[in-house]
Design a protein around this ligand. Structure first.
Ligand SMILES: NC(=O)c1ccc[n+]([C@@H]2O[C@H](COP(=O)([O-])OP(=O)(O)OC[C@H]3O[C@@H](n4cnc5c(N)ncnc54)[C@H](O)[C@@H]3O)[C@@H](O)[C@H]2O)c1
Length: 318
């Protein structure tokens, strides 16, 4: 098949992430095929992706033209092999299991021409390991969208041990054209980029609660209303330069020895785990979810992201 006939982005896996990635791809003008092993689930996922397109349209984060076109461009299938002759990109968003992903990548590698990138949305696995059974691992890179993928701009493009840097750069550039905010992560290390920073924040947040320095409510309040409210337009490194290297170095000398440098999960987490208190899904974790409303919190988060995106786009901030 000629490359010109390859016009489809294939999203393999149609759960929480696959749906959002497919919505973003179709809104960017790509023929997009959502794969699920079950036909009715693929069709359900297509409808969910279109609902996400409508949410973006209702909030003026896409145009009526793009949303209308997305409806024509999006389809669902339970026949992955059948759609591969049209694939110019495959984004894998199936279950987070190394062996399952390895097998899918090897299977795709055997069936796709060498110039078709095969991307993984893995949040925790190394693309170097996912690609271990491929004959051409250079075309495998991570493209880690953040949840909810149709709203959060960041995508981490991670270069594996055997990935081609040219493939990674081309993936980054294409995602930029899709309207996302891709970043290039040059080595395949645990936590990619964003989770390394998020885990440092969570480590200290839990540490503060364990020390009895403040309540969970006040820790979350401090992050949400202090540093967090600036973060959409004010990065930590911009902050360093704004306050001055001299001041920052002195604060680091004072504060770093006093904060957590723990290299494993905190006792507070291990205790909750042992009690079977896993957070919202069991009704109790750090908070008591019989009195706190997760759905309201999720809605608030999405509303805030939409509001922030509008402001950022209006100000053309990076
Ligand atoms: N949920 C998140 O917040 C989040 C964020 C970023 C990345 N991720 C990553 O994205 C991937 C998908 O996560 P999700 O939250 O969408 O999961 P999910 O459970 O919602 O969806 C998984 C999908 O994979 C399909 N699937 C499972 N096993 C399969 C197999 N053997 N072959 C083909 N399809 C199979 C399921 O039918 C389902 O459609 C994971 O790698 C996860 O780590 C998740």
């Amino acid at each position: 098949m000629e490359n010109a006939d390859r016009d489809a982005v294939v999203v393999a896996g149609s759960g929480l992430m696959g749906v959002g990635i497919a919505a973003v791809s179709a809104l960017a003008g790509n023929r997009t095929v959502l794969f699920n092993r079950l036909g009715e689930k693929a069709e359900r996922a297509r409808k969910d992706a279109l609902a996400q397109c409508r949410e973006l349209l209702d909030n003026e984060l896409t145009t009526p033209e793009a949303a209308g076109r997305a409806e024509e461009l999006l389809s669902g299938t339970s026949d992955l092999e059948g759609v591969l002759p049209r694939a110019r990109w495959v984004i894998e968003a199936i279950v987070e299991n190394l062996e399952t992903k390895q097998d899918l990548f090897a299977w795709l590698d055997d069936r796709l021409p060498a110039d078709v990138p095969i991307l993984s949305n893995t949040s925790g696995l190394r693309i170097s390991d996912i690609a271990a059974k491929m004959k051409r691992p250079e075309r495998a890179v991570t493209a880690h969208f953040w949840f909810p993928a149709h709203l959060v701009p960041l995508v981490e493009v991670v270069v594996g041990d055997k990935s081609s840097i040219d493939v990674a750069v081309a993936v980054r550039d294409e995602l930029e054209r899709w309207g996302k905010a891709p970043v290039l992560v040059k080595r395949d290390l645990p936590g990619q980029l964003g989770n390394r920073i998020l885990q440092a924040v969570i480590r200290e947040a839990v540490n503060i609660v364990e020390m009895g320095l403040a309540s969970p409510e006040d820790v979350d309040r401090a992050v949400k209303t202090g540093m967090g409210i600036r973060f959409p337009v004010w990065g930590p490194l911009e902050h360093v330069d704004a306050v001055g290297i001299d001041l920052c170095a002195s604060v680091q000398d004072t504060v770093l020895p006093a904060i957590s440098a723990r290299t494993e999960a905190a006792p507070l987490m291990r205790d909750l785990l042992a009690e079977g208190n896993l957070g919202h899904k069991t009704g109790k974790g750090i908070y008591d979810w019989s009195v706190k409303d997760m759905n309201a919190l999720r809605q608030l988060r999405n509303d805030f992201i939409i509001h922030a995106l509008k402001k950022i786009r209006a100000s053309k901030s990076p």
